[in-house]
Design a protein around this ligand. Structure first.
Ligand SMILES: Nc1nc2c(ncn2[C@@H]2O[C@H](COP(=O)(O)OP(=O)(O)O)[C@@H](O)[C@H]2O)c(=O)[nH]1
Ligand SMILES: Nc1ncnc2c1ncn2[C@@H]1O[C@H](COP(=O)(O)OP(=O)(O)O)[C@@H](O)[C@H]1O
Length: 194
């Protein structure tokens, strides 16, 4: 059965995007990335309509008013991120499964909304010091933004038990292999039972 929702959540810098991109590059699992909307600025090589739909504050507010979101969160003060209904509907209408990179609260909410049609995976960093190193070496955020993300990480880690599965991103290859297996198992069970 198509049109399943795969949720990937983790504290910033854990490796969500890296793991999702590795799986999409392999191309073995029939799933498409749901491009979220955000009012944060693009960073590094990010492209509008590829990584995110980058909206102004006003555009984001009017999307909320038009009920355009499956869910949205103020992930950092003044910084909003949301899953667009139009993205999920487009991908499922094309007959694909959807993969979401969303914050821990959004992950818990989407799982509640979709129930058995969704698989929620929490990616856990090996530790907070490793997280700091990853955010620093990614070199996409200011020192202030890195501190803001680390300050939130401990709180976000407390959400892990609310997810269907927890995968530690220690060695990248191992973590990608584990997430790959977890998703394939979920989708193959669905082929038989959903
Ligand atoms: N609730 C929600 N969170 C999102 C969405 N899109 C991205 N996020 C989350 O917003 C947080 C910040 O994302 P970003 O600024 O790209 O930073 P990164 O996590 O360091 O790559 C991450 O936890 C993302 O998973 C969304 O549509 N909804
Ligand atoms: N298992 C890993 N070991 C070492 N570095 C990693 C690992 N996974 C990801 N990284 C690196 O950590 C940084 C943060 O990863 P990223 O995918 O951007 O995290 P997120 O999307 O969760 O914020 C990137 O520079 C990435 O290359």
């Amino acid at each position: 059965m198509k049109g399943k929702i795969i949720i990937i959540s983790a504290p910033s810098g854990t490796g969500k995007s890296t793991i999702i991109n590795a799986l999409l590059d392999r191309g073995e699992i029939d799933m498409k990335f749901s491009i979220s909307a955000t009012n944060r600025q693009p960073r590094g090589e990010e492209v509008h309509g590829v990584n995110y739909y980058f909206l102004s504050d006003d555009e984001f507010r009017s999307a909320i008013a038009q009920d355009a979101f499956v869910e949205y969160e103020e992930v950092y003060p003044g910084r909003f991120y949301g899953t667009l209904k139009s993205e999920v509907e487009r991908i499922t209408a094309e007959g694909h499964n959807v993969i979401l990179d969303i914050d821990v609260k959004g992950g818990v909410n989407v799982k509640k909304l979709y129930g058995e049609d969704a698989l929620s995976i929490f990616i856990q960093p090996p530790g907070l010091e490793v997280l700091r190193q990853r955010l620093t070496s990614r070199a996409t955020d200011s020192a202030e933004a890195i501190e803001q993300r680390l300050a939130k990480a401990e709180y976000e880690l407390s959400f892990a038990p609310e997810f269907d599965r927890v995968v530690v991103n220690d060695s990248l290859d191992r973590a990608v292999a584990e997430v790959d297996t977890v998703i394939k198992n979920f989708l193959s069970v669905c082929v038989e039972e959903c």
